[in-house]
Design a protein. Structure first.
Length: 525
């Protein structure tokens, strides 16, 4: 029967990680990711060993103060890409994502049981993998898992209190790779709060000793957060960054806004709703057992549920951290539902069939998700360099007017020869810039003419695969504007040139006729 258990668990684990790979594994859409700018930042770091604290890549606001809160991620990504290319970068991302999942899954297994952990993980995987791009936040997920692993095992007396010394050391790296470093502080504070509440109720000596150790750990970890290039400004930047956004972006929208906005079809939403319901039901089960059997519950876990539940509801970019933490918490809450180990082939077959049924249900609950996601693979998606290859081959000169999505792509390939009009860092530009210039010029022809006169645009480089209403209208007007000529269009990007003497040769060679299928398709989308 031991062999049957090993075989059963091996089968389930293979199934889980295959499922995670299917949801997570996708090639790199280099046009819209932050990755291009991060790689360029890493390259520039090694050229001058300095970290810019202004909007370095833009010609519109080059001196605007901007804290580079993930500079070390750029360095790491650049080194990996330099050594192993974009395929190696994809493999690294996948490896650290798997390691992170293992951390949270191991906690769910240890503090529940294998079957419960497996079933809960199936529900959480689509939520966890909803942020499948190579971003600095992948480090935050990993460090969150390490912090939780240390704190849970310290609480259960499975490891020595000396493991707490690891957390301040990790915080030094965390504060330099991603802005979510504050999660580490909140995790320590949650467990410190639990022991403080228990101590106030019991006055126990053990709780008091743990309070002192966790309090010192929190103080040291908080102190280590100041070891970043921006010092105290970097530590408190998470409190300021959202207020600095001058435009609305989908990833920062609350769940209730996404659900009501018909123009935004955010496919992972249904998976978040299922995961959230499961987490709530797990707490309802805990409440019932507390009433019936007088069992206690984890105050720290409840605090973390409130924290990450609120984060997930208030911004869809937080679906992944919500899913990671919901996995061990829900599994721990439900640990008594299936206490008996399988002891017969019939048990294994039943539990295996239950597991596979839930897996298939997860895949089928949102059939629109699959045709519309990026293709399964590693490295850059097909055609990623076609537009920029044309741009360089034709020797097109700036200033370039680009839209929000494609800024990082242009920074990677063209900086420092050309700077961008805007990139996908709302905090790096004044709020008035998006209202009056970026979005303003796309919706208002008077502002367009003012911006054209002010900046002297020579080329327009837009990513058009994902439209905003104002972006589509702007492109339609420019494609019909006799002062501008379309010279390149593919399924991702469009390039237009100003009709002037400097562009005359390029336009005569590459101008697309207004009646071409690609132009008509773009105009009628």
């Amino acid at each position: 029967m031991k062999f049957s258990r090993v075989f059963f668990r091996s089968f389930i684990l293979i199934f889980i990680f295959t499922m995670y790979g299917i949801f997570l594994g996708r090639d790199i859409n280099f046009f819209v990711a932050d990755l291009g700018r991060l790689l360029k930042a890493g390259e520039l770091f090694f050229q001058g060993f300095s970290i810019p604290q202004t909007n370095y890549y833009s010609y519109t606001y080059p001196d605007y103060p901007c804290i580079n809160h993930h500079w070390a991620s750029g360095v790491i990504f650049f080194l990996i890409q330099k050594l192993a290319g974009f395929n190696g970068l994809s493999i690294f991302f996948f490896a650290i994502s798997i390691a992170t999942f293992l951390l949270f899954f191991s906690l769910a297994w240890r503090y529940s049981n294998f079957e419960i952990a497996s079933l809960v993980s199936v529900v959480m995987i689509p939520v966890i993998a909803s942020r499948g791009e190579i971003r600095p936040e992948v480090f935050s997920y990993f460090f969150s898992g390490v912090f939780l692993w240390v704190l849970w095992n310290f609480k259960a007396s499975r490891i020595s209190w000396r493991w707490l010394f690891l957390l301040p050391l990790l915080e030094i790296l965390w504060v330099n790779v991603h802005i979510y470093f504050f999660i580490g502080l909140l995790l320590i504070a949650a467990f410190l709060s639990e022991y403080s509440i228990i101590y106030l109720a019991r006055k126990g000596k053990d709780e008091f000793i743990r309070i002192k150790k966790l309090a010192l750990c929190l103080i040291f970890t908080f102190s280590c957060a100041f070891l970043n290039p921006a010092g105290s400004a970097g530590v408190f930047y998470p409190l300021r960054i959202i207020g600095a956004y001058g435009c609305d972006i989908v990833e920062m929208q609350p769940v209730y806004v996404i659900a009501k906005t018909k123009s935004i079809d955010f496919l992972p939403l249904i998976y978040f709703e299922l995961a959230f319901i499961l987490l709530l039901l797990s707490w309802l089960y805990v409440l019932i057992r507390q009433i019936v059997k007088k069992e206690g519950f984890s105050i720290a876990n409840f605090i973390l549920t409130l924290l990450f539940g609120a984060m997930g509801i208030l911004a869809v970019r937080n679906f992944a951290p919500f899913g990671f933490f919901a996995l061990p918490i829900a599994a721990n809450n439900l640990r008594n539902i299936m206490k008996r180990e399988a002891d017969s082939v019939r048990d294994y077959c039943f539990r295996g069939a239950l597991f596979i049924s839930i897996c298939l249900s997860i895949f089928l609950v949102n059939p629109e998700y699959w045709p519309r996601r990026s293709s399964l693979g590693i490295g850059l998606s097909g055609g990623s360099t076609q537009a920029i290859d044309f741009f360089k081959k034709a020797d097109i000169q700036g200033p370039i007017l680009n839209n929000f999505d494609v800024g990082g792509y242009l920074i990677y390939y063209l900086f420092p020869k050309e700077r961008v009009f805007v990139d996908n860092r709302p905090e790096a530009y004044p709020a008035s810039f998006f209202r009056d210039m970026d979005i303003g010029l796309q919706v208002n022809e008077k502002r367009w003419r003012e911006a054209e006169s002010r900046y002297g645009f020579n080329a327009i480089f837009f990513y058009h695969r994902v439209y905003t209403a104002w972006g589509q209208g702007f492109l339609i007007r420019r494609l019909s504007d006799p002062q501008w000529a379309a010279v390149y269009i593919d399924d991702a990007c469009v390039i237009l040139l100003k009709r002037n003497e400097g562009n005359q040769d390029i336009i005569s060679k590459y101008e697309l006729p207004g009646g071409s299928p690609t132009i008509k398709s773009l105009l009628t989308q």
